[in-house]
Design a protein around this ligand. Structure first.
Ligand code: CMP
Length: 137
């Protein structure tokens, strides 16, 4: 079993589609180990996205991610990281496959509804960022 992190971003929370997104994920047999609503500050958003510091979209990413509440979830399944990225779809919704979360709920590359960890290292780091001492059941 593997764990990964899903963030439902401020655009999707504002559109009130968090329930639909979580349903998509749990229908694919992910187990929801942890779930929390949170409002990031610009500083904490910068900490989370530190690997993108210096990129042209970094400032707008930080502003967007701290613009409203998010929902953070830890999900468990066999091969969870790859499997969740398939359910989520490509970063740019224009390139996302039909049936993926981003195809249905994202507006643009920047406002793209969700984030999913992209490797075992980032999953470990990202889960610890939001749930530093979590003892998941
Ligand atoms: P996410 O999966 O959260 O990881 C980093 C985020 O940066 C990504 O989703 C996008 O929302 C954003 N991003 C990546 N590339 C671009 C880009 N070229 N323009 C705007 N935002 C981007």
């Amino acid at each position: 079993m593997e764990r990964t992190l899903l963030i439902i971003k401020p655009d999707a929370v504002a559109k009130r589609v968090t329930g639909k997104i979580l349903q998509r994920v749990t229908q694919q047999n992910f187990r929801l180990c942890a779930l929390r609503s949170e409002r990031l500050t610009a500083e904490s958003a910068g900490g989370f996205y530190h690997v993108h510091r210096g990129k042209p979209f970094y400032q707008s990413l930080i502003e967007f991610m701290s613009s409203g509440p998010i929902l953070v979830a830890v999900l468990e399944k066999e091969d969870a990281i790859k499997s969740l990225r398939e359910v989520v779809g490509a970063t740019d919704p224009q390139n996302a496959r039909q049936g993926t979360i981003r195809k249905e709920f994202a507006e643009s590359k920047g406002h793209n509804a969700v984030h999913a960890s992209d490797s075992p290292e980032s999953a470990r780091e990202e889960i610890a960022f939001f749930f530093p001492s979590a003892d998941f059941s």
